[in-house]
Design a protein around this ligand. Structure first.
Ligand SMILES: CC(C)(COP(=O)(O)OP(=O)(O)OC[C@H]1O[C@@H](n2cnc3c(N)ncnc32)[C@H](O)[C@@H]1OP(=O)(O)O)[C@@H](O)C(=O)NCCC(=O)NCCS
Length: 228
């Protein structure tokens, strides 16, 4: 892994703690595509009025994922992947962009630019070692953080998972990642919290009554449990 320039690979490929990253078995499974769930597409308006589109990831997002990774600060990349790489390795972006929309699902937030669409955030769930529990991971491009997008991606990912029969979740978060911890603590019901080697493992269920029905929620509208 010559792309790794800093940080530990401990939570990386084939490690016990996956951090929603490719494993040898997972890369094999990446090829099995499912039916594209168009119902998960929706336009969203962030707190500051910015327009984005949330939609399920597609195989042709591979180059857009590489570009997104290239725009992340080292800090953001480390908070998400627990390592920093010069670029996203091909096995990783192939794995990330190719999901079956059932056991593995990712949603992207995209915006239109003069040269085409650009991704500014990704939320996903992956099967975990625990039966019936999916691992959740999010990343939002630095300039788009703190504007409500992470909240929307989390809500949509959990809702999509619930609609597919998944009700229990796991997230690995660095202990100093106050933003992600706060995002989770204020919006999910934590069942278990374990800290090991600076990584907090949170097991949780979504707060609320199951999958969201109305596809029109925006960051401007009151959110359940958001405390604002
Ligand atoms: C964690 C992350 C996904 C959150 O996305 P975001 O778009 O910044 O989140 P939001 O704007 O919806 O804010 C969510 C909560 O974060 C907190 N937050 C937002 N901006 C903050 C800031 N500048 N400082 C501290 N907390 C902040 C708030 O508690 C906010 O909740 P509120 O709306 O009730 O105030 C994003 O910051 C990110 O990509 N971080 C790097 C990758 C990462 O940490 N991933 C998680 C590990 S899987």
């Amino acid at each position: 892994m010559d792309e790794v320039i800093r940080g530990k690979v401990g939570a990386g490929v084939d490690s016990e703690r996956s951090n929603a990253q490719p494993t040898a078995a997972g890369v094999g499974a990446a090829a099995s595509a499912g039916v594209y769930p168009r119902e998960l597409e929706r336009p969203v308006v962030l707190r500051d009025g910015a327009y984005l589109r949330i939609r399920p990831i597609r195989p042709d997002d591979e180059p857009r994922l590489v570009d997104l990774y290239g725009r992340l600060s080292d800090y953001t990349a480390y908070q998400r992947f627990f390592t920093v790489m010069r670029r996203l390795p091909p096995t990783w972006y192939h794995f990330f962009a190719n999901v079956d929309y059932r056991r593995r699902l990712a949603l992207v937030a995209e915006r239109d630019t003069a040269t085409g669409s650009e991704l500014v955030g990704v939320g996903r769930y992956e099967p975990s070692d625990e039966e019936g529990t999916a691992e959740v991971a999010l990343v939002v491009q630095d300039g788009w953080q703190g504007r409500g997008l992470g909240t929307l991606l989390l809500e949509d990912v959990l809702s999509a998972a619930q609609a597919r029969g998944i009700g229990r979740f796991l997230a690995y978060v660095l202990a100093d990642n106050i933003r992600m911890l706060r995002l989770l603590m204020t919006r999910v019901d934590v069942l278990e919290r374990k800290t090991e080697e600076g990584v907090v493992a949170l097991t949780f269920t979504p707060r609320g009554d199951g999958p969201r029905q109305a596809p029109s929620l925006t960051a401007n509208e009151p959110r359940e449990g958001a405390g604002s």
